[in-house]
Design a protein around this ligand. Structure first.
Ligand code: HPA
Length: 243
């Protein structure tokens, strides 16, 4: 079963029919919100709003373990995460949709693993390829079927947030090889891998990152909101076509 984790600008997935919500309790506390179950063209899917339905949970406050555990417990095998990002590469204009294939983690968050505690053996997952290529291929096919293009292959630099970055931090991320910057890839992607869930991210470039292009003088929140309003509709159309 497929789950969609909606990010900023996507707190609902109204395209689902026969929607019902279910509160799932987990050993790690509460997920960001009750899970929404429903169907798209006859296929059962699950939706979770990463920041809560009212967008009240900041990136560093998200209970990533509870979210992933709850999805796993309800039989989810594949997760498409929708993530809003800043474009570091100057050619990544606001509104660009892309599928990252690598992550660099700059966060300092606790609870980045399920494998901790007195009864848990230390476990090291392979994370060479953090995203699932089969799920990426399915997203590419879905996008193609509705006339959208997804750029392939980008390195996602994950920062702690909730503040945006300084220009110097973005220059450093660029030197490190990051193409995009966001706040929620980690530990979400690693926790999915620990549970054996296939995971891919559909990233929406909302703005040029700090100090880049038209964000030389600063990042405009109004511009981000405007870009997201247009782009999230395109994301929904792609997700509706996902098989
Ligand atoms: N930086 C970090 N996260 C983001 C950005 C950004 O510029 N834009 C949207 N999410």
């Amino acid at each position: 079963m497929l789950a969609i984790i909606g990010g900023s600008g996507m707190a609902m997935f109204d395209e689902m029919v026969d929607r019902r919500r279910q509160v799932v309790r987990t050993p790690y506390g509460d997920p960001s919100c009750p899970l929404s179950f429903g169907r798209i063209d006859g296929h059962e899917i699950v939706f979770l709003a990463r920041h809560g339905y009212g967008h009240t949970i900041a990136p560093h406050q998200i209970n990533y373990r509870a979210n992933l555990w709850a999805l796993d417990a309800t039989g989810v095998t594949d997760v498409v995460s929708v993530a809003t990002v800043g474009g570091i590469r100057p050619d990544l204009a606001p509104g660009t949709l892309l599928l990252p294939d690598q992550i660099i983690d700059y966060t300092h968050r606790g609870h980045g693993t399920f494998f901790e505690g007195p009864d848990q053996p230390v476990t090291h997952i392979d994370f060479t390829q953090p995203y699932d290529s089969t799920l990426r291929d399915r997203l590419v096919a879905a996008a193609g079927s509705v006339g959208e293009t997804l750029l392939l292959g980008a390195t996602y630099g994950c920062t702690q947030g909730p503040r945006l970055e300084t220009a110097a931090e973005i220059r450093r991320l660029a030197r490190d090889g990051c193409d995009i910057v966001g706040m929620t890839a980690m530990p979400e992607a690693a926790l999915a891998r620990e549970l054996g869930i296939s995971y891919a991210t559909l990233a929406v470039v909302a703005n040029h990152a700090a100090g880049i292009g038209d964000s030389v003088g600063g990042v405009s929140m109004d511009d981000i909101a405007r870009v997201l309003e247009g782009a999230i509709g395109r994301v929904r159309t792609i997700l509706r076509a996902l098989r």
